[in-house]
Design a protein around this ligand. Sequence first.
Ligand SMILES: *Cc1c(COP(=O)(O)O)cnc(C)c1O
Length: 299
Amino acid sequence: MATIHDSNVVIQPVRKVWHKGKVATLDMLRLDLLHPVVSGNKWYKLRLNLNYALDNQFTTIATFGGAYSNHLVAAAYAAQHFGLQSVGIVRGIQNELTPTLLHCQQYGMKLLFVSREEYTLKNDPEWVNDLLLPYGNTYIIPEGGANARGVLGAGLINRFIGSQYTHIALSVGTGTTLAGLRNALLAHQSVMGFVPMKQCAEQQAHIIPFLRPDRNTNWQLFPETHFGGFGKIKDELIVFMNDFYADNHIPLDVVYTSKMMYNIQQLLNDNYFNSSDKLLCIHTGGIQGNVSVQDKLIF
Ligand SMILES: *Cc1c(COP(=O)(O)O)cnc(C)c1O
């Protein structure tokens, strides 16, 4: 089994043919290289949660996600890695296990399927505790690792980021990673969050309470070209992903990082940046979610 280590992560320049010299530097932080399945930001959001579970004698962790959730599979792997049992509460009754859910099982996760209506109770402690009664002393991690320990853990990603970068770009789901990084980065470094959904008010509201008062500055969410909504795919996006790979040999994921880079290309074309700006785009991973479009990708 491939092991997870910070040393798997590299910073890779995006070629000038792609950014056309509209910024001084455009680099990508390849968190996707952390592990073939457990990639990107999820590992960092989980680490302090799992340490907490261990330190407080929990035997099991439970968390939530959909049938293609990068978070769920990362939680399954991380729990096994730390010697904890894991339970995944899955949104929607599934007729068949997706590749993501098969990986979860492979890493020892017990899957509990609940209807989409029931799933909306995911933040109701009474419902969750009832559901988890059979599993003993269980530490509950919210969907997406979106708690204070997740935020603090995401801040660990700052270890890879030099002070020379003026702009840090990343994809936003819950906004937990953005909050952690905003807190850890230098105040003058601009944080750009790209939201691959129809709106970003929920993320905005989630992020602000987690920010250190002296860091609630110099960050912005971009309600991006989302190609029809979260997880929606158009041929134009696939073409973009293949072109990006051909230029840079960097595989993007179809849900988050491809849409971020597409939007960054638009900003470059619109001369949004100064030519002296040094941009670092965070590849938050998620490649395991590309299976649904694998036959259309050249990588
Ligand atoms: C989960 C995920 C995100 C979003 O992370 P948040 O901390 O929830 O904002 C971004 N990119 C990828 C590839 C992800 O899997």
